[in-house]
Design a protein around this ligand. Structure first.
Ligand code: HEC
Ligand code: HEC
Length: 356
């Protein structure tokens, strides 16, 4: 006799079979995704328990903060600037730092003494960003003797150094309203810093040295992948439509900083970029590995740029920093090694000779 339930049982078995197929397929897909997500390196996980150093891959080192934010210097509250008796001068000083080119660039409305860049292009957020080359230590540490000039430099002299080198131009007259305004702004920024002190996050990040020379060829790859979208393939940046500066500043060529500027030193460039570039990177969220930062510095600083007569710099040649790329030197290392590194052997030789 025919089982009246037979078609029903057949249907149920069919559905169960279908379910099993779908379930296995889903399980397989999830396993696959998990495997890819972990970089396809499931066996490595077992190794990692034996050797935790294995877990620290290059990729995670990019996302490590360069410093903790605890105790980090912060600029005084801008809303309270009106309380200062020289508030108007301070405000003009900040405006000049942020929009230098509008006032003092090639088409500047006050003077035409600089290359179209703004101080703020390198001293981020008008010189207030932690490890963004900020001015927190200026008021507290000048005047001071600087080895580059062999002289005591006050704030106006230091400001004019950047005009003549970083902005490849001429210095401001020391008694001009513009100079007084910039000095007033920097003094206000550093008003809560004790004399002689360097706040946490001052200036530029100090990079660890590589144990090999920085490589311009590898640096070009970094540049092409991570910098061209703003600074352009030819390194000339993107000028503003009104001709009063740049949306994205140039990194080399006739409108860029000259070879006497701070950024022409590899450690300054790499440290600046490590904590601030590509735009959006911060000391808390760097985007380049140390190697990428050094290599891109080597690439950019191998390109043509204006020359500065620096024959009077470093009257005591033994005080040249390890990465000052122009001889004569007091040590036996070549210009090539002083430019690209490795810098550790130079540093050790200096220490042996009792030099800093
Ligand atoms: C191309 C990049 C660049 C531009 C543009 C630039 N600077 Fe600088 N500036 C530097 C670098 C690099 C240093 C040295 C930082 C270091 O070695 O820690 C520096 C240092 C300084 C310092 C000394 C800071 C300290 O704590 O000792 C002052 C002051 C200064 N700049 C002012 C200015 C002013 C004002 C302008 C605009 C007229 C300007 N800079 C434009 C790169 C630049
Ligand atoms: C999304 C756009 C963008 C990208 C990508 C970018 N930058 Fe910049 N960069 C800027 C801007 C904007 C400034 C000026 C900041 C300001 O004025 O506030 C700047 C400033 C600089 C400066 C100092 C000023 C100068 O012209 O000398 C250097 C050096 C620099 N960038 C290097 C790099 C390097 C190297 C990379 C790639 C690793 C990079 N940038 C990627 C937008 C960018």
């Amino acid at each position: 006799m025919k089982n009246p339930f037979e078609p029903f049982i057949k249907l149920v078995s069919l559905m169960v079979a279908l379910l099993v197929i779908v379930a296995s397929f889903t399980a397989l897909t999830i396993t696959g995704i998990l495997f890819i997500y972990q970089g396809g390196s499931l066996p490595k996980l077992n190794l990692a328990t034996e050797n935790t150093a294995e877990l620290v891959t290059e990729d995670t080192s990019i996302s490590l903060a360069l410093m903790s934010s605890e105790g980090m210097w912060a600029a005084p509250n801008w809303d309270l600037v009106e309380e200062q008796s020289n508030a108007d001068l301070i405000k003009y000083g900040k405006e000049l730092v942020a929009n230098t080119s509008e006032y003092l660039g090639p088409n500047g409305k006050v003077m035409k003494i600089s290359n179209g860049m703004n101080c703020q292009n390198c001293h981020l957020n008008a010189g207030t960003a932690p490890l963004g080359n900020n001015y927190s230590g200026v008021a507290a540490n000048y005047p001071k003797v600087r080895a580059r000039s062999g002289q005591s430099e006050d704030i106006p002299k230091r400001i004019n150094d950047c005009f003549e080198r970083s902005l490849n131009g001429e210095g401001l007259p020391v008694d001009s309203k513009e100079m007084q305004a910039m000095v007033a702004y920097m003094e206000w920024l550093g008003k809560d810093v004790a004399k002689g002190e360097s706040p946490k996050g001052v200036g530029i990040y100090e990079m660890a040295f590589l144990d090999r020379p920085a490589n311009p060829v590898a640096g070009k790859r970094v540049y092409d992948n991570q910098c061209t979208s703003c600074h352009m393939e030819d390194g000339q940046g993107m000028p503003r439509f009104d001709g009063l500066g740049y949306t994205y500043p140039p990194l080399w060529g006739e409108h860029s900083y000259n070879d006497g500027a701070g950024l022409y030193r590899m450690s300054r460039f790499a440290g600046y970029v490590k904590a601030n570039m590509p735009l959006g990177a911060t000391y808390e969220r760097p985007m380049l590995t140390d190697e990428q930062a050094w290599d891109v510095a080597a690439y950019v600083n191998s390109m043509a740029r204006p020359k500065k007569d620096i024959t009077n710099d470093w009257p005591d040649i033994s005080k040249k920093p390890v990465d000052h790329p122009f001889g004569p030197f007091s040590d036996g290392f070549s210009e090539e090694q002083h430019k690209f590194g490795p810098f550790q052997p130079i540093k050790e030789a200096k220490a042996l000779a009792g030099l800093k």
